[in-house]
Design a protein around this ligand. Structure first.
Ligand code: AMP
Ligand code: TRP
Length: 340
């Protein structure tokens, strides 16, 4: 009989530059929604992942505080959820190494995010960037997490996590790791760049005009939506009418994500409207949702000591779950416990 696993959610976010509306709709908002009696929830600021590309140390510290503040301000409750930064629980790196010896180079070569990030520069990127999905599998499996809420771009990495779990279970003839489910839900699992509807909105895109940052003020948000690329046509009444209109589709999906409606419901409300009506409505909605969060973020970021104390407590709770799991892995693999 298959082993039973406690329903447990794990997810992570990199402290590598300012958070975007993509992070909020694709990840953070979903993490908040998964808190409750159904799951134990474990959320991590993945600083080990951030340094796969160069991070200035002062910026890394600031981004770690920004992400922690964003999670708290958005409604992650440290009494309900475990919230911590990855480097403080060395289990992640230790299990990551073991998974480096389970995962195959051929699997890594198929990772589209690595190919996109490395581009023509594949010889020059860090070895960590290449091994990154195996560390991500360790993040998840160190908690025997059953569900991982992420944006669409992380689907392949969660599938790889399942492959690593299955190969470990198979090679060592155990039923030890769960086959984790990705949870990619809602209308905004892939928020696109405001200037090019075929590219993902990301922290690292060249121009600030292509993304909404969680800390942008109301005027900036309004300006960015006003200048967002669109086409000349008005909004259709049905989803079918947004086919081959990626920029229009993106703005409708953002509206849907922010207002907790389906894109169909948004179109029912705005059928026939031009951008002159839709864009200001979208900006107003985004400001109404983001302003209270960014205000609370700034308040929390003003006291980094308090944030550190909170992350530290979370790390202790995270360690209490993951260390015994790692110890069992050591026994399964055949490491001699010479210290205990
Ligand atoms: P990262 O900023 O790469 O650490 O991503 C953290 C989380 O945000 C992951 O679950 C991503 O899938 C999600 N995410 C990042 N950018 C987007 C986007 N443009 N649309 C939807 N989800 C996103
Ligand atoms: N790789 C994820 C990203 O870039 C971040 C991440 C690291 C993560 N470890 C994770 C997400 C574990 C979910 C679960 O967005």
């Amino acid at each position: 009989m298959a082993a039973q696993f406690t329903p447990r959610v794990f997810s992570g976010i990199k402290p590598s530059g300012g958070l975007t509306l993509g992070n909020y709709l694709g990840a953070i908002k979903r993490w908040v929604a998964m808190q409750g009696p159904e799951f134990e929830t474990v959320y991590c600021v993945v600083d080990l992942h951030a340094i796969t590309v160069w991070q200035d140390p002062a910026d890394l510290r600031a981004s770690t505080h920004e992400v922690a503040a964003a999670l708290l301000a958005s409604g992650i409750d440290p009494k309900t959820s475990i919230l911590f930064n990855q480097s403080q629980v060395s289990v992640h790196a230790e299990l990551g190494w073991i998974f480096n010896c389970i995962a195959r180079v051929g699997w890594m070569n198929r990772m589209t995010q690595f190919k996109d990030k490395a581009g023509k520069n594949a010889e020059k990127v860090s070895l960590g960037l290449y091994a990154y999905p195996s560390l991500m599998a360790a993040d998840i499996l160190a908690y025997h997490a059953t569900h991982v809420p992420v944006g669409e771009d992380q689907k392949q990495h969660v599938e790889l996590t399942r492959d690593i779990a299955a190969k470990f279970n198979h090679d060592y003839k155990v039923d030890f790791f769960p086959l984790t489910e990705p949870v990619i839900e809602g209308p905004a699992t892939r928020v696109m760049n405001l200037r090019d509807g075929t590219k993902k909105m990301s922290k690292s895109g060249e121009s600030d005009m292509e993304r909404i940052n969680m800390l942008d003020d109301a005027d900036t948000i309004a300006k960015k939506f006003r200048k967002a690329r669109t086409d000349p046509d008005p909004l259709p009444g049905e989803l079918e009418g947004l086919k081959d209109r990626p920029e229009a589709r993106n703005l409708v999906d953002i509206y849907a994500g922010l207002s907790d409606q389906s894109p169909e419901a948004v179109l029912a409300e705005f059928a026939g409207a031009g951008w002159g009506r839709f864009k200001p409505a979208l900006a107003e909605l985004a400001v109404a949702k983001l302003a209270p969060i960014s205000e609370e973020m700034r308040r929390l970021m003003a006291d980094p000591g308090e944030l550190d104390a909170l992350l530290g407590k979370g790390a202790e709770k995270a360690e209490a779950i993951s260390r015994p799991i790692l110890q069992q892995v050591h026994d399964i693999v055949g490491f001699v416990r010479s210290r205990s």
